[in-house]
Design a protein around this ligand. Structure first.
Ligand SMILES: Cc1ncc(C[n+]2csc(CCOP(=O)(O)OP(=O)(O)O)c2C)c(N)n1
Ligand SMILES: [Mg+2]
Length: 276
C-alpha cells in the first residue's frame, strides 16, 4: 500500500502552495482534516475518475466546504483534475477552482460552504441508496464549529430513524472554529454523547492518525441498523508549529518567512515518514 502518512504531508504542501497562489484560504482546517480525506479517498471509498458516473460508487460530501483546498489537493492526487492547474489557478478571476466546493468540477457531488447542509443531504442520499438496494456508502465530513447548526441535529435524528447503516459521518474535532475555541463559542462536550443520544454508533479516534482512521472506517462498515459517527480528534493547523492550535490561522496567507518555515516543517515530516 502507498505510504499514506507521507502522502498526507505531501498534500499539505500542495495546499500551502495553493493558498499562496490564490492569496487566501482556510489553511487551519485544511491541515486538520487531511488524514481523514486521505484515509477515505486512498483506502476506504470506492470512488475514482473511472467510476464517477457509476450509480453504485460511494458518495462523499465535504460539508465543511471552506476546507476546499485540502479537498482539491486530494481530488487532484486521485486524478480528477491536473494538480498544477488547481494550484496555479485556485481562487483566480475566472477560474473553475473557486473557494468552496462546486459540483461543476469532476468528483464533487455537492456544492457546500454554507455550514450545516452536508449531513441532511447525506441522509437523503443514503436513504435513496437503501431504496435502490445499492451497495454504495455515503460519507460526510463536518467541522466541530458546524455542530452549532440546527440542521445537523435534524439530519442526525433522521439518520437513526431510518437506520442508515450505509452512512458514515466524520466530525473534524479540532476544537477551534472561526472566532476561537468551540467550547467558548458554542460548547458541545461531549459530541460523542450527543450523537449516541441520537441513536448513532460513535467511534472516537486520533484524527491525524491514518491507521486509527482506517480502523474506524472499516469497523463502521460492519455496524448494522445505525449510522456511524467518527469523531476525528485533530489539531487545527497540523504540521507546523507556526500554525498549530492558533485560531487566527483559520483563514490566513502565510508571509514569506512563515511560508518558508511551514514548507520546511512539512517537507521534513514527509521525509521522516517516507523513511519509517
Ligand atoms: C451557515 C454558515 N455560517 C457561518 C459560516 C462562516 N464560517 C466559515 S468557517 C466557520 C467556522 C467553522 O468551524 P469548524 O466547523 O470548526 O471548521 P474548522 O475548524 O474545521 O475549520 C464559519 C462560522 C458559514 N460558512 N456558514
Ligand atoms: Mg473546528
Amino acid at each position: 500500500m502507498e505510504n499514506l502518512k507521507a502522502l498526507s504531508y505531501a498534500l499539505r504542501q500542495d495546499v500551502v502552495r495553493m493558498i499562496r497562489e490564490g492569496k487566501g484560504g482556510h489553511i487551519g482546517g485544511d491541515m486538520s482534516v487531511m488524514e481523514t480525506l486521505v484515509a477515505l479517498y486512498f483506502h476506504e471509498m470506492n470512488i475514482s475518475p473511472e467510476n464517477q458516473d457509476d450509480p453504485d460508487r460511494d458518495m462523499f460530501i465535504m460539508s465543511k466546504g471552506h476546507s476546499v483546498e485540502a479537498y482539491y489537493a486530494v481530488l487532484a492526487e486521485k486524478g480528477f483534475f491536473p494538480k498544477e492547474e488547481v494550484i496555479s489557478r485556485f481562487s483566480k478571476f475566472g477560474s473553475a477552482y473557486i473557494g468552496h466546493p462546486n459540483n461543476k468540477l469532476p468528483g464533487i457531488e455537492m456544492n457546500s460552504g454554507s455550514l450545516g447542509h452536508g449531513l441532511p443531504v447525506a441522509v437523503g442520499m443514503a436513504l435513496a441508496k437503501k431504496m435502490d438496494q445499492s451497495p454504495s456508502r455515503v460519507y460526510v465530513v463536518m467541522g466541530d464549529g458546524e455542530m452549532a447548526e440546527g440542521s445537523v441535529w435534524e439530519g442526525a435524528m433522521s439518520a437513526s430513524q431510518y437506520k442508515l447503516d450505509n452512512l458514515c459521518a466524520v466530525v473534524d474535532r479540532n476544537r477551534l472554529q472561526i472566532s476561537g475555541c468551540t467550547e467558548d463559542v458554542m460548547h458541545q462536550d461531549s459530541v460523542e454523547e450527543r450523537f449516541k443520544a441520537f441513536g448513532w454508533n460513535v467511534l472516537s479516534v486520533d484524527g491525524n492518525d491514518i491507521d486509527a482512521l482506517i480502523k474506524a472506517f472499516d469497523e463502521a462498515k460492519t455496524v448494522k441498523g445505525k449510522p456511524t459517527l467518527v469523531v476525528a480528534n485533530t489539531t487545527k493547523g497540523k504540521g507546523s508549529s507556526v500554525m498549530e492550535n492558533k485560531a487566527p490561522w483559520h483563514h490566513k496567507v502565510p508571509s514569506d518567512e512563515e511560508y518558508a518555515q511551514i514548507m520546511s516543517d512539512l517537507k521534513a515530516r514527509e521525509e521522516a515518514l517516507r523513511n519509517e
